[in-house]
Design a protein around this ligand. Structure first.
Ligand code: HAM
Length: 416
């Protein structure tokens, strides 16, 4: 057996890891500015949690979960989370917030797991940044989800467009569902085998049928079935988003793959990502908290695929290289004792510093400095130390000069 990584799982090194961090940091910064609080939830949960929220008839639960029996006596079946929303809703209910303090704005970030067919932008372990708002039904809240998504992407320099739909609520969805079932039955032989199963269990997913996109275009549109309340809500979401500069395109086939959505559903697609271009997906889930045993509290949120955004950032050349400001080379034991203090001070001034190995020769260390792209080499020797100076070699120009130890940080930062 070779000790290689599993298919669909990735090691993220160098620029790949940096791009992920840039995307996540930006999302976190924006979430804080929208007054969201962080929540950290487990990666492993009881399998029933996902069956009851993500949905028994969703592809994610039916085909893509990593689940196994725990080693407890009851043989509890557990699953690695395939998305963040169910755990957040569970935690919200479990903390009693649905009754004590229902209006909450939460964000989270971490790995999720889906056993999908891997391809560029689609992995079996990927990273989601997500937000969830509880206790708000007003369209301004939906509009803010769109504006916030746009803000994260724009701030990163990712060019995107937003598609939106309303899939109705408990009042108007049944009629739409019935119309879809009727349409599906009438076109059964043209639909894929998956759709034959979906037709009664999850008819909204018929709109995702991969076999015949032209046929799917003839399916009933949820917008034709919206009740007055849902229609007014939808129009208001869109006009508020437009007022804030976020253009939305209606996609009447957009139903999302997870079962809990009501009313607003949206996705942001980024340029240059090929088939897996959706970088943010979200929507409203007004019945979910109650369906999971909590009070009747509305919810809305979105999940952002950090891996995909990282790919977009790298493709657009938006990931700065991580080069050190300086490598510090100590010549001898006494100099080394001084150098460890010196590098600590330099780093406190936000400089990026590497202390070189004292076991290697100067020539080899200058080689390493060039390899890691350091701008300067600082050479610390006993003689110079006695005079309170160090040698500062500019590795771009090759110039070397003596600099007072007290001025070193400023010289490296280019302020001297
Ligand atoms: P989702 O659309 O399933 O929604 O996932 C959100 C985002 O995760 C997608 O838009 C995509 O960028 C990324 N993503 C999904 N699958 C993969 C994959 N296999 N590899 C890489 N990236 C992927 C949710 O998960 C909902 N929990 C979002 C939400 C929050 N809705 C309401 N609140």
């Amino acid at each position: 057996m070779e000790l290689t990584r599993l298919r669909g799982f990735r090691d993220l090194l160098g620029a790949d890891a940096r791009a992920m961090a840039i995307a996540e940091d930006r999302a976190r910064e924006i979430a804080l500015s929208y007054n969201f609080l962080e929540i950290r939830i487990p990666a492993l949960e009881r399998i029933e949690l996902f069956a009851r929220s993500t949905g028994e008839t969703s592809d994610v639960v039916e085909k893509q979960m990593y689940s196994f029996a725990d080693r407890d006596e009851a043989g509890t079946i557990v699953a690695l989370r395939p998305e963040g929303t169910p755990g957040v809703v569970r935690a919200y209910i479990e903390a009693g917030l649905d009754r004590s303090d229902p209006e909450q704005r939460l964000f989270y970030s971490g790995p999720v797991f889906r056993r999908e067919r891997p391809q560029k932008g689609r992995y079996r372990q990927f990273y989601q940044f997500g937000v969830e708002v509880f206790g708000r039904t007003d369209p301004a809240c939906d509009a803010e989800m769109l504006i916030m998504s746009d803000e994260i992407l724009k701030g990163l320099g990712v060019v995107s467009r937003c598609e939106i739909n309303s899939i109705g609520d408990a009042a108007c969805r049944p009629a739409f569902r019935a119309a879809l079932i009727e349409w599906g039955r009438a076109h059964l032989e043209q639909l894929c085998t998956d759709c034959h199963n979906r037709i009664d269990r999850n008819p909204l997913r018929l709109l995702d049928c991969k076999i015949d996109a032209k046929l799917a275009a003839t399916a009933p549109s949820s917008l034709d079935y919206l009740c007055d309340d849902c229609r007014v809500h939808f129009d208001s979401v869109r006009s508020l988003a437009t007022a804030a500069g976020v253009e939305t395109t209606i996609n009447p086939r957009l139903v999302r793959g997870l079962d809990y959505y009501t009313r607003t559903a949206f996705e942001f697609m980024a340029e240059g990502l090929g088939a897996q271009s959706t970088v943010i997906g979200g929507g409203r889930y007004d019945g979910l908290v109650e369906a999971m045993g909590g009070a009747a509290i509305a919810g809305i949120g979105f999940g952002m695929g950090i891996d995909r955004i990282a790919i977009a950032l790298e493709a657009a050349g938006l990931v700065p290289s991580a080069k050190p400001d300086a490598i510090v080379i100590a010549m001898g034991a006494n100099a080394l004792a001084n150098a460890v203090v010196m590098v600590r001070e330099l780093r406190r001034k936000s400089l990026r510093i590497e202390l070189a190995s004292p076991e290697r020769k100067l020539k080899a260390l200058l080689g390493r400095a060039a390899k890691i792209g350091a701008r300067f080499a600082v050479i610390v020797g006993d003689n110079e130390l006695a005079r309170g100076v160090v040698q500062l070699k500019n590795l771009e120009s090759g110039q070397q000069s003596e600099v007072s130890a007290a001025d070193l940080a400023r010289a490296i930062a280019g302020e001297a």
